[in-house]
Every structure is written in structure tokens, then in C-alpha cells.
Design a protein around this ligand. Structure first.
Ligand SMILES: [Ca+2]
Ligand SMILES: [Ca+2]
Length: 476
């Protein structure tokens, strides 16, 4: 409300009280108009001032669906596009960049630490992994000489004892090395690998009751599994993870340390009939799959760190989704959400100070996330705005927030199964055009939410609070 009054202090207080009373009654009674009359004592006139904040329909943009990264299982990943890497350290060996599977790879040459059988050269992550009891380590390898072996190393905290999950040209094995010279073979099997070709190693580690269990799989570069090998041991709990090379020269690429299976990325919330493709930063197709039962599983085993580790793209022609992410990594979970404005029916009140919004969620497979109401400030001032719940019908689940054109976003008003999560709902400053109310809700929700946009002037003595009623009906 414009409060450009030039009256005496008592009258000013009285006007504030009256305006606040209107606001309070608007809070208490749904449908009360928030129009405000300003009283000019000098002329005894009553004049209507246009409301400074008005609602309007949000601009209709977007293709109806979008997708976001919802979870990432890989804690560390690299496509070895640089050397040295921050957060990595070497023990023995000669390490450098070379041509990789895509872009560069890490070339490792074993300096054969003293010629002890089973000793090896390591390049490993300096962040400890001992806090995890189940994880996957994936890496791509290419033998250059064929004389020795290479693979995944899990070292102790002194980095001198280690477990090794490795391949050579003729075998794969899991072993333990104890400083200074004890080599223990835990399990092995024959497998034929060609020198100069790429293979993928995937190690699953599980620790339970002081026991380590290792499962090593080797795949060719097309993703065909060649063999699986298992072993268990309880000598020590691994403290560092990395790669190793022993009496061999090798090139590594596509390394991931992951809390879950890195062989697929999953897209959830996908409507039936939708298909998805993953492209790398070089424009090459890595994987594609159709959604079934709301989920698409894209096999990215052949390139777990998609492309060179940056600018991966997720594409769905049916949903008009074409999103580039800073990286796409095996184990990622993506969620499709609906953004369709044609699901919205918005009716604003005669002075654009109230709104009835109906959202049609029928047939939507994923989350709905949409700007449902524009907020424009017409008088050039800045206001503090927040959302206040009046009451609910049904037991809807949703988040509502105000995104300000000034850059801040209100902590959402969260309702889960009809209960309000008692978050502190803060105020945001709104000014000019481009602020809006944003709704995010699961497709299964329904019910009606009665709430208020509450605002006060950011200038002068605070005290005039105005509330605009909003009814939000979620239909399925
Ligand atoms: Ca690479
Ligand atoms: Ca890669």
C-alpha cells in the first residue's frame, strides 16, 4: 500500500492500525479483499490508491519437462585429463599424461621398487576411504608392454601394504602385499587380454565384521563381461584407494570411486514412451534407453566418466529435454519433472490482489515444478514478502517459495502429507518485475491449500502488513 501520508503522528498510527486490521482480517477470512483506502484528513476525501503489488500469470516458457541431477553416488571421479591431479599422490612409478580412451589418460610405468615380487607403483587418492564399508572402484586400463600387471590398489594408512585387484595379459588376480616383501595370492583365474586394447575393471568392496570381501569384474571395451573373481581377507582395512602398475607400462582412464554401482545412470519420473540418450562433450552417443515403469536405465559402463568428464548431455526427444550438465558420471540419478504451464489455470481477482490457481497433475509421472504466479511491484519501492498458510483441505504434499527478482529465494513453505514442516519461513525482498511464486510437488499429491502472500513496506516504520489471499487446488 502506498503510505505517502502527511498527517499527524496519531493519525499515522491510526491509519497503520486500520491497515493492519484489514491485513489481519484478510488473514482470518478467506476471500476478503485486500483493497486499502487511504484517508486524507485535510480534504476529508477518501481516495483509492492502486495496490503496489499485483499478481499475474507467469510467462509461458519451457517445453513441459525438465531434468535435474538428484543424486550422485561417485565421490571421486576423473578422466585423467590433467597430471598431476589435486588430491592424488604417487608411491613409486613414473607417471605422466598420454593419449587416453577419450582425451588424455594417465600413463604409469613401474619403477619396480627394489624388484620385490608383488611390490608395485601406485597413484592414489590422498583422502582416506576407511570410513566406508561398501564401495566400488572402476577404472579403464590398457596394457602397453604385456609383461606385468595393472589394476586397482587399496592401501593401508602407511601406504606400504596393499590389496591389489589386477589383470595381466593372461590372468586376473586379487592379492595382498605386506611390507617389506610378503606377497599373498588370495585368488586368481585366467583371462586373455590383448596388449594395446582397453578393458574396464570394476571392483566391489564390502567390509563386514572385520572382514574384507572383494569382487573384481573385467569387461572389454564394448562392456561385455569377461570374468568375475572373488576373494576375502581380514588383514587390514583399506585406508587409500588408487591404481597400480607392476612390471608393466599401462594407461588408465575413467576412474571412479563410488558409493553405488557406477555401471548405469538412472532417470526417474519419466513418463512412459520417453527415451533418453547420453552424449559426451565430444558429441558422441554413450548410451540410450527407453523408460519403463517411470525409470530409464542408461548403461554407461563403457565410459563411466562420460566423455572427458565435463559437459555431458542428457537428451529426450519425446520430452523436448536437451540438458548439458557440468559432468555425467556412472551411478548418477536424474529426475524428470513437469514444468508445463498448460497444467495451470490461474484466475486473478479484479485488482490482481488475489488468485485462484488450479494445477492439473493427472498423468504426470514425475515431480511438478513450475512458477505458478508472477509478483510485480508497480510503485518502484521494495517490499518484504513471505508466504503464510491459512488452512488445508485434503493432505497435500508440496513446497512453495517466493523467488525474488532481486536474487534471493524464500525458504520454502513445506507441507508433507498435510502437515506443515515448521521451518522458519523468512521474508524476501521483492521489487520491480520478475518475482514469482514457485510450486514443487510430487505427482501423487492432491488437495487444496489456502494461503496468503504477506508483505510490508521495506521503507519507513514497519507496521503496515498486507495479505493477499491465494487458493491453490491440486487436482489429479
Ligand atoms: Ca580421459
Ligand atoms: Ca571418459
Amino acid at each position: 500500500m502506498s503510505v505517502g501520508l502527511t498527517c499527524k503522528p496519531f493519525l499515522l498510527w491510526f491509519m497503520s492500525f486500520m491497515l493492519a486490521a484489514i491485513a489481519v482480517s484478510a488473514v482470518a477470512l478467506r476471500g476478503v479483499s485486500s483493497s486499502v483506502y487511504v484517508y486524507y484528513p485535510e480534504t476529508q476525501d477518501v481516495a483509492f490508491l492502486p495496490p503496489p503489488i499485483v499478481f499475474s500469470h507467469p510467462p509461458s516458457v519451457g517445453g513441459g519437462y525438465d531434468v535435474d541431477l538428484a543424486d550422485r553416488l561417485a565421490l571421486v571421479f576423473t578422466d585423467f585429463e590433467a597430471y598431476p591431479l589435486p588430491g592424488w599422490s604417487s608411491r613409486g612409478g613414473s607417471w605422466s599424461l598420454d593419449s587416453g580412451y577419450k582425451g588424455y589418460g594417465l600413463r604409469g610405468y613401474d619403477t619396480n621398487r627394489g624388484g620385490i615380487r608383488g611390490e608395485a607403483s601406485h597413484y592414489y587418492l590422498t583422502a582416506p576411504i576407511s570410513g566406508y564399508t561398501r564401495y566400488y572402484v572402476a577404472v579403464k586400463v590398457k596394457l602397453v608392454d604385456g609383461a606385468g600387471d595393472c589394476g586397482i590398489s587399496l592401501l593401508n594408512s602407511a601406504a606400504n601394504n596393499f590389496y591389489e585387484a589386477s589383470v595381466s595379459a593372461s590372468s586376473m588376480f586379487i592379492s595382498r602385499f605386506d611390507h617389506p616383501e610378503t606377497f599373498t595370492l588370495l585368488n586368481s583365474t585366467s583371462v586373455s587380454l590383448a596388449v594395446g586394447k582397453w578393458y574396464i575393471l570394476l571392483l566391489e568392496y564390502v567390509r563386514a565384521e572385520g572382514h574384507n570381501t572383494f569382487t573384481l569384474k573385467v569387461y572389454d571395451s564394448s562392456g561385455t563381461e569377461l570374468k568375475t573373481l572373488r576373494a576375502s581377507d581380514s588383514k587390514f582395512q583399506p585406508y587409500y584407494a588408487g591404481v597400480l602398475v607392476d612390471e608393466e607400462t599401462v594407461i588408465f582412464d575413467d576412474f571412479a570411486f563410488s558409493m553405488g554401482d557406477p555401471r548405469v545412470i538412472r532417470v526417474i519420473g519419466a513418463p512412459s514412451g520417453a527415451s533418453f540418450s547420453v552424449y559426451d562433450d565430444l558429441g558422441t552417443l554413450v548410451a540410450s534407453s527407453a523408460a519403463e515403469g517411470g525409470v530409464a536405465e542408461l548403461p554407461v559402463l563403457t565410459d563411466i566418466v562420460v566423455g572427458r568428464g565435463w559437459n555431458g548431455r542428457l537428451y529426450s526427444p519425446e520430452l523436448s529435454i536437451n540438458r548439458t550438465f557440468s559432468s555425467i558420471i556412472g551411478g548418477d540419478l536424474y529426475e524428470v519433472y513437469g514444468t508445463a504451464y498448460d497444467r495451470l489455470n490461474i484466475v486473478c481477482g479484479p485488482r490482481m490482489c488475489s488468485a485462484n490457481i488450479t494445477v492439473d497433475l493427472s498423468g504426470l509421472a514425475g515431480t511438478y515444478d513450475c512458477n505458478v504466479l508472477n509478483i510485480s511491484v508497480a510503485d518502484g519501492y521494495t517490499y518484504y514478502a513471505s508466504l503464510m498458510l491459512a488452512y488445508l483441505e485434503g493432505s497435500p504434499s508440496l513446497n512453495l517459495s517466493i523467488a525474488s527478482s532481486l536474487g534471493s529465494e524464500l525458504q520454502p513453505l513445506r507441507i508433507v502429507d498435510g502437515s506443515v514442516i515448521p521451518d522458519e519461513v523468512s521474508e524476501v525482498e521483492v521489487a520491480g518485475v520478475g518475482s514469482y511464486i514457485r510450486l514443487r510437488c510430487p505427482p501423487t499429491t492432491s488437495g487444496t491449500v489456502y494461503l496468503y502472500l504477506v508483505y510490508r513496506a521495506a521503507y519507513g516504520p514497519a507496521g503496515v502488513v498486507v495479505a493477499y489471499p491465494i487458493m491453490l487446488m491440486l487436482q489429479r
